[in-house]
Design a binder for this molecule. Structure first.
Ligand SMILES: Cc1cc2nc3c(=O)[nH]c(=O)nc-3n(C[C@H](O)[C@H](O)[C@H](O)COP(=O)(O)OP(=O)(O)OC[C@H]3O[C@@H](n4cnc5c(N)ncnc54)[C@H](O)[C@@H]3O)c2cc1C
Length: 634
């Protein structure tokens, strides 16, 4: 094998970017040029090359409107033989859908073809751009046959030489846990290489709602909410049916707030108010000011840009851990061009490759153990980005790591029916909304555990429900959800329903009017104080009115609804670790040199993870893994 030794230059090959699950549909096309003389017969002739010499277009500028996360306008300028320019007007989230609007047009122009690489994790966003360009080309006279030929034209990349990379600490996976580990190791004076299989940092973390549970013990907020670290511990441990490792649960809750302080010390900003995230059980979620999970990566990128010693290696997939004399010393990867990239660590290796929500085979296999869910086959969508396929778990198992609680797979009742994504969700906090089935009835405690809510949803007609809210959360209509979507946008695009009365809303939802009105009235009764001590309704719901007292029932028109389905969200099982993030083998021994953090690990959240606890997990155990890997000496 030919290898090239690369020194760690401390330079970053960083492209902050990422993922969003985007609904793509052409919603309208308009032709800007008025040249009507050409027949729609142009057929490009080249295939599988980067030189589309046979193309023939009706020259001009064409425009198509498509929908990614938000509506985008694609404008293509053509000569008679070439795609000259592509402009995209969009509102895609920076670092999430945005990268697709940059790289895809550039590659189309470079190759003069449509067989471009989708931006991993931003599949639907990428597709929206391609759909838009395709629509424009059709306006310019390209036939279906011609489009198919353009789709066959792809970039040909030569295989690069194999590489050997070295650093003090190697981190695998550039999501939340991986980047927390990388920055922590660097703060400890170590050189770090981060291996990431996609083209950007972020993983599921950048897609997340950003809700991070942490209790600032004794603070005004904690006192006002009657909250404490012990309360957080009890809810986490009990919420997971006491199946989590108590030591790991304590490590998580005891260090969560110092993780928030650490992020703030790096420049990350959070909203002042805490809130209750779905399945979070209590108002202790800290919400970053930036949308979704982008704030974490703006912070980590800023750190990398202003410090030396962290090298990001993208488009490189870790395949196999290297073990020498019973110590994990490195990782073998497949590079962007199919070349072998070997990364060796002077100190430790951190596995932070996330869970297996997008590995259908694994989730079906492990669901068989308890059969908790009716099915987890491909008919059940996922909130996760496409690369979350359990790679780290498979690699660790192959060298003897113990896997724990793999059957504990979390679903949410909040998926978009088409994509499984949480985008399009109209809720802002648990207290302000109810779930309504297709018969117009409530069916579960909407402030309860995620698994109970989703199991209840599976039992409803078509396993579908509506989230129903009033306008308290939307005084202006322009307020944004976690995905940067306003309720006005969602209504305009048909993803949410809006009505001036509950009768009208029921008609739009196609549910019985009487049932909806009765359900809302009954719910409102409890919001006004209820008629039982402790405000517990027949479903056991305790969370009714938010701390401001603003969401005091569903009684202020206009009313809103959006349809939702079960979606695979989080995998609680994974690699066994101890409180130092050291990986444990099947004989209960520590595997020297190997550390793990984040969703790749198991045994913290038990059977059911509380909403907001996973991001706390990434920061807490990411930092611990970064420290432990830095301190490890062979
Ligand atoms: C839509 C959504 C919303 C969520 N909202 C919240 C929330 O508000 N609060 C909360 O607490 N939790 C939330 N979660 C859960 C939480 O975001 C995740 O559990 C957490 O971000 C996982 O972080 P991680 O660092 O372990 O993995 P990730 O952030 O998923 O990162 C893993 C990285 O490893 C890379 N990788 C995988 N395999 C390889 C390989 N073989 N080689 C190299 N790289 C590899 C991936 O490409 C990815 O970049 C949400 C999850 C989703 C999907």
């Amino acid at each position: 094998m030919k290898r090239k030794l690369l020194q760690n230059t401390g330079k970053t090959m960083l492209a902050l970017g990422l993922v969003a699950m985007l609904l793509v549909s052409i919603t309208g096309c308009s032709k800007k040029n008025t040249n009507t003389t050409a027949e729609p017969s142009a057929v490009p002739t080249e295939s599988a090359s980067s030189n589309n010499e046979g193309a023939s277009y009706t020259a001009g500028t064409y425009t198509a409107t498509v929908t990614g996360m938000h509506e985008m306008t694609v404008t293509v300028t053509l000569s008679e033989t070439k795609i000259l320019d592509i402009q995209i007007e969009h509102k895609e989230t920076p670092g999430v859908g945005e990268p697709a609007t940059l790289s895809i047009p550039a590659e189309i122009i470079e190759t003069q073809g449509l067989g471009v690489d989708l931006v991993s994790g931003a599949t639907l966003s990428s597709n929206a751009v391609i759909e838009g360009v395709t629509a424009c080309l059709k306006q310019a006279g390209v036939s279906e046959d011609g489009i198919n030929k353009l789709l066959a034209i792809a970039k040909i990349t030569e295989k690069a030489e194999d590489q050997l990379l070295t650093a003090d600490v190697i981190v695998i996976g550039a999501g939340g846990a991986g980047m927390a580990a990388a920055v922590t190791a660097n703060q400890a004076g170590k050189s770090v290489i981060v291996i990431e299989k996609s083209s950007k940092m972020g993983g599921n973390t950048i897609l997340s709602g950003g809700a991070l549970n942490a209790v600032d013990e004794g603070s005004e907020t904690a006192i006002a909410n009657k909250d404490s670290v012990e309360n957080h511990y009890n809810q986490t441990f009990d919420g997971g049916d006491q199946a989590g490792d108590p030591v790991l649960v304590h490590t998580l809750v005891d260090n969560a707030w110092s993780g928030v302080e650490w992020l703030m010390s790096l420049g990350m900003k959070f909203n002042e108010k805490v809130f209750t995230v779905t399945g979070g059980m209590w108002p202790r979620a800290h919400k970053p000011v930036e949308p979704e999970g982008t704030g974490f990566f703006i912070t980590y990128k800023n750190y990398i840009d202003t410090h030396t010693g962290i090298t990001m290696v993208y488009n490189t997939t870790a395949k196999e851990l290297i073990v020498e004399d019973n110590v994990v010393t490195g990782i073998t990867c497949i590079g962007e061009t199919g070349n072998i990239v070997t990364a060796k660590a002077t100190n430790g290796i951190v596995l932070a490759t996330g869970g297996f929500g997008r590995n259908v085979e694994m989730r079906v296999k492990y669901n068989e153990i308890t059969k908790k869910w009716p099915t987890l086959d491909e008919s059940i969508p996922s909130t996760n980005t496409s690369g979350i396929t359990g790679d780290g778990i498979i690699m660790a198992e192959a060298i003897g790591a113990n896997l724990v609680q793999m059957e504990n797979i979390q679903l949410l009742p909040l998926g978009d029916p088409k994509t499984g994504s949480l985008s399009g969700n109209i809720e802002h906090a648990v207290e302000s909304r109810i779930f309504i089935n297709l018969e117009g009835n409530r069916f579960v405690n909407e402030g309860g555990r995620r698994d109970e809510m989703t199991l209840a949803l599976f039992e409803q007609t078509e396993a579908k429900m509506f989230i129903v809210m009033d306008s308290d959360t939307y005084p202006e209509g322009t307020e944004l959800n976690n995905f940067g979507e306003s309720i006005a946008d969602l209504v305009a695009s048909g993803r949410a329903l809006k009505a001036d009365s509950l009768e009208e809303l029921a008609t739009l939802m196609k549910v019985p009017v009487d049932s909806l009105i009765t359900s809302v009235k009954d719910y409102n009764r409890y919001c006004q104080g209820g008629d039982q001590e402790g405000q517990t309704d027949s479903f056991g719901r305790a969370l009714f009115t938010d701390t401001d007292g603003v969401n005091n029932g569903i009684n202020d028109a206009p009313y809103y609804a959006t349809v939702r389905v079960p979606t695979v969200h989080h995998t609680m099982g994974g690699i066994q670790i101890n409180e130092h993030a050291q990986v444990i083998d099947t004989n209960s021994n520590i595997i020297a040199g190997l550390f793990a953090a984040g969703e790749v690990t198991g045994g913290i959240h038990g059977t059911n993870r509380l909403g907001g606890n996973a991001l706390a997990d990434t920061v807490t155990f990411g930092r611990i893994a970064g420290t432990s890997a830095s301190e490890f000496v062979k």
